[in-house]
Write a protein that binds this ligand. Sequence first.
Ligand code: AGV
Ligand code: CA
Length: 314
Amino acid sequence: MEKELVFMDHDGGVDDILSLVLLLTMNDVEIIGINVTPADCFIEPAVESTYKMLHLFGRTDIPIGRSDMHGVNAFPSEWRARPEVINALPMLINIDNPTDTYALPNAVDLLIDRLTSASKPATILMTGPCSNLTEAIRTKPEIRNKIKQVIWMGGVFRTQGNVQTYQHNGTAEWNVFWDPKSSRELFASELPLVCIPLDVTNHVPVNKEFLSRLARQSNHALSNLAGQMWALTIDTIPSYHYVYYMWDVLATSYIALSEYFTLERVKAIVSNKPPNAGQTLLTENGHSLKIATDINKEVFYKYILKQLQTDIKL
Ligand code: AGV
Ligand code: CA
């Protein structure tokens, strides 16, 4: 079977790195490039984690791009600093990271290059903000023909958002809020977009039951590593308030499990002003896109557990 081409753009959170792991376990996927956006991360440790994951799968040939984007609404530094811990985990700390972050290709350039040279249209998977993609399309509109679909962990439609800050009424999801202008532009572009919003990621928290199932298979090195990474999210900040969800992991699983998702075609726009900047609003005058509203949870958790039994190089 011909492999599906996937370009991933992530922003270094713990679940972004776990999403990269999941993508690397998918036999039917050919990863054509990975961009790292310094949104929910600081760039150096996130590039390092990315490289280390590629190393575990013997895939350091996959090119990494460095995004220079700055969000209008920065993520809290406490969140951005968290992923640094990943690189210190016992299974990762001794993997040398020869990558000079500042010598990497620019993310927008890499995306344009990899799509242009791709043998067929590719899937773009975004588990952070969408700013590199919109900039790439502005720079070279022809790449639209090389985009099969865009899968984005982003937005919230019929439930509460997760942005809690000044000048905000809590209706937005963070990946959209980081750069409302680009998000608004993405919706307006009417690319074949599938959003995996909070409405559906709320169904898949990182709960103790799942972690316990995962721990029972920790004879598999990858399960052991993933279990340690998820354990880092249990005291997510502030832990008395937030639950960590499989936000990005669920979005990534869509590549393999699309038939187990419930999708709805909607029309929506993105607000770019307070008090609801970054809100994804359903409106008849909006742009057409698909949103996921439900997932077969048992199939999802089982799939993750199965993929995390993949052998890796230690
Ligand atoms: O809004 C969800 C997005 C996902 O891409 N991110 C985390 C996931 O990688 C932002 C986010 C929301 N709440 C958070 C986040 C929290 N409590 N800690 C870290 N990041
Ligand atoms: Ca993310």
